[in-house]
Design a protein around this ligand. Sequence first.
Ligand code: ADP
Ligand code: MG
Length: 625
Amino acid sequence: MSQCIHILPEELCNKIAAGEVVERPASVVKELVENSLDAQADEIRIEIEQGGRKLIRVHDDGQGMSRDDAFLCLERHATSKIRNDADMFALDTLGFRGEALPSIASVSRFTLRTCLKGETVGTEIQVEGGIVRQAQDAGFPVGTQVEVRNLFFNTPARRKFLRREETEIGHIADIVTKQALAHPQVRFLLKHNGRVLVDARREKGLVDRTGLLLGRTLAEELLPLEMSSGDGLHCRGLIAPATTTRSTTGAIYTYINGRYVRDKVVQHAVLEGYRGLLMRGRYPVVVLFLEMDPGEVDVNVHPTKHEVRFRQQRQVHDFISNAIREQLRKDYRPEHQPNTSSEGGRESVLPVQDGSLEQNRKPAPPEVMSSQADVNARPTDQRNTAEHVQEPLQPFGSQVAQPGKVPAVSSLQEGPESFFSTESATKDTENRFFRNLRYIGQYQGTYLLAEYGQELVLVDQHAAHERVTFERLKRQYFKGRVEAQRLMFPVVVELDFQAASALETVLVDLERLGFELEAFGGRSYNLKAIPQLLGEGAPEKLLQDVAAEVLRYGDSAQIEEQMENVLAGMACHSSVRAHQILTETEVLALFEALDQIDFNAHCPHGRPVVKRFSLYEVERMFRRT
Ligand code: ADP
Ligand code: MG
């Protein structure tokens, strides 16, 4: 045989292309909605059945297609959007590859109905697994409807990867949210199994649309942003103040020239704008539209076009982060900065010189300064400092230690080994490491300094508290259920679509997690009780975090592992922050509590709780050895 290479048949090519473009039902919705938007639709109706496994139908009132075009659009690389490669760099449409429709049609039972503006009769074409089965004239209003049934019916491997209905519809709702945010002038209707999930009527603008999709209360907090550079970059949108955060990057919505992107450079730039203002592991809420010369950005670098490449990457990056920072600086007030971080720490501990945010942030409000100075002088005066802490410290039940009753360290033997072991602490081998610390004071409102024999010990108060809360929650959870505490005033929490559908999957587990929740219609829940250990702090945010955590680990993890992750998120939520003044009583209670839990020197997210320096190390720093 002299020839072993052959050209693949068209249907197979389409199937291969589908492998890239059509990952799951949500990707079909994305492609179809983009086509409707490109066709200038005013209204897009999306109907889904069984998470998209059974049916995806997208109907628009856009310009429609002629009979010839209706056939052509099913061919590979058939597009009306570009003609030559120069057009690729002057794009004003979302599509341009001409791959979506043939790809989708190759892995489903596909029906296209369309009628061109100005025509009276439309066209209907039925395709099965990429092969046209039937075509006829059909009465149809101007616009286009694509019906996708039995997705992946002929690619069983793919079909197997489909997740639970709730998960798939969550992804679909997320896609619709992303598109609907960018097009407030278009009506979006999303139905699942006959139930309306999204009905975004044409809104006056971004604020209304954001309120509708992401929640009214959130939208009210968001700060408007608008900025232009001298050289053709423009951005506008809504950004959350640093106090409103999420536990994932899921609420960062960024667009370039109207196209949703999940690009590393853009994302980094956004986070850079918030640098130093958020706790580690917390992320902002941002809806940001960047407009630029299409020639400056290549969108053809990723199958889903979510990643892009900029000609002037640095410039775009800095433009975005400066715009955000500038807006946050305007909004800046000391009480807005409860979690100023210790993160950037290592590289630069000095205030920067340009008069920007860092410098403004540096001095603590005067009252806090003085109470901080007073901590040692009046260790028992808890009230004095308590009013300055941003989030109340949860009392450690009955184990509150008495100040001044710190036992002296007798020897070094009992502490270290058991402390660093990962074994559970049992009654007989109870840890005494923390109880045997001699507390010196608080450094930067973040680290607890103590002496242990000849050692200098630094404890990260947030990590420590998080660990304690996590262990206690876990103990309660695995014993039966986390103790709940009824809220004095139940709160109505409005979640976004993805979060709401994530929660639906774990409603039963939520009860075991110490929540009492009542569906309140749509995406709203009436939250009546929360885990007792977490205090009444910010129940709404807590529930948002739990939903985000479930989403993040939803499909991949075993239920037990998933719950551990959720518990870790909950613990973090409630914990003492960095930059929170603690009284000596509170510190000693925390030390005591640390001794009583099973732990291994790290917070549930892996950061160390404690660092120890030997006398030798300290002396070496001062060249005394
Ligand atoms: P692309 O969007 O990259 O051009 P598609 O396969 O998604 O490729 O669509 C092929 C062509 O079919 C489009 O270029 C457009 O001309 C036409 N088309 C697809 N969907 C619609 C629609 N909803 N309304 C009008 N025309 C459409
Ligand atoms: Mg397209």
